[in-house]
Write a protein that binds this ligand. Structure first.
Ligand code: SF4
Length: 293
């Protein structure tokens, strides 16, 4: 059985015993320059659209300048993460047919642009214990996030809350900046990823990035159990985690409900049953995973 390793560094930052990584980062300006270069031929995510977003060209996600749909102190996250200052970007690199945030993720033009210096000041005043970069997905906004951090001074953990479809170049930009990766691991095979999120090479990219994330910071993996996807997705994902990652926490989530275009897909028209969720949790427990309670 695995032991509960918890989030040692994360809690040390909360106690003021250690500094958030971005405060120790010596090459933040270099990272910002590299991020700007990436945005000129966008390859923040593995779609690698190549769009020059600084010149008004949109890629698949449709994000140009970063727009924030909402930002607030969130109490709906894992117990160890609340209260969390959650920043929801408009736009996403995925098109999940059951997206629970589709009114944000599929409308990159919604929300407002907040100047980096202003958001840094809002972070400094937030009554929260961490900063939670999410969306949609934060990936198209790496340049902006790094700029915000250039103006920030508060010792507060930075959370990367993402679908993890980043390029290796983007993962390098996050190295030494992000303290905790709060990831979505959605599918156990590429067919489901293509059918439900319009994503190619899902498993190879997501597995690679989880291995990188574990080296770069602490990790909590979220897996939303989809009805009818226990055998093809939930069990292969949990098995892979148990065989390949050593010190991650796993949150098996039961709150699926049909949203957005889910009613067009037979198996997604209903909620998860109690039995399906219990089977998923039992499977994770039997593998000895460190499950979020
Ligand atoms: S972040 Fe957006 S524009 Fe950039 S590669 Fe990904 S989908 Fe394309």
């Amino acid at each position: 059985m695995r032991t509960k390793k918890g989030l040692k560094r994360y809690f040390s930052i909360l106690e003021g015993e250690e500094k958030a990584k971005y405060l120790l980062c010596e090459n933040l300006d270099e990272k910002i320059k590299s991020a700007e270069e990436i945005m000129r031929s966008c390859h923040f995510c593995e779609r690698r659209c190549g769009a020059n977003r600084t010149d008004g060209r949109r890629g698949y996600c449709g994000v140009l300048e970063s727009r924030i749909a909402s930002e607030f102190v969130h109490y709906g996250e894992e117990p160890e993460l609340i209260p969390s200052y959650t920043i929801f970007f408009s736009g996403c690199t995925f098109k999940c047919v059951y997206c629970q945030n589709w009114d944000i993720s599929q409308y990159p033009e919604r929300g407002v642009h907040i100047r980096p210096m202003t958001l840094a000041s809002m972070i400094s005043r937030a009554r929260a214990i961490n900063v939670n970069w999410v969306g949609g997905d934060p990936t198209p906004n790496i340049f902006y996030i790094l700029e915000v951090l250039r103006y920030s001074e508060r010792n507060i953990p930075q959370i990367w809350n993402s679908n993890m479809y980043l390029t290796e170049e983007s993962m390098r930009l996050l190295d030494g900046v992000i303290d905790l990766y709060l990831t979505d691991f959605k599918y156990g095979n590429d067919q489901c990823a293509w059918r439900l999120s319009n994503v190619k090479n899902y498993t190879e990219i997501i597995k690679r990035n989880h291995k990188i994330a574990e080296k770069q910071g602490e990790v909590i993996i979220r897996h939303l159990v989809l009805p009818g996807h226990l055998e093809c997705c939930t069990k292969p994902i949990l098995r892979w985690i148990s065989e390949n990652l050593k010190s991650v926490r796993v949150n098996i989530m039961e709150q699926y409900h049909p949203e957005y275009r889910a009613m067009e897909y037979d198996e997604l028209r209903r909620r998860l049953t109690y039995e399906e969720f219990q089977e998923a949790v039992k499977f994770g427990e039997d593998l000895g995973l460190d499950l979020v309670e």
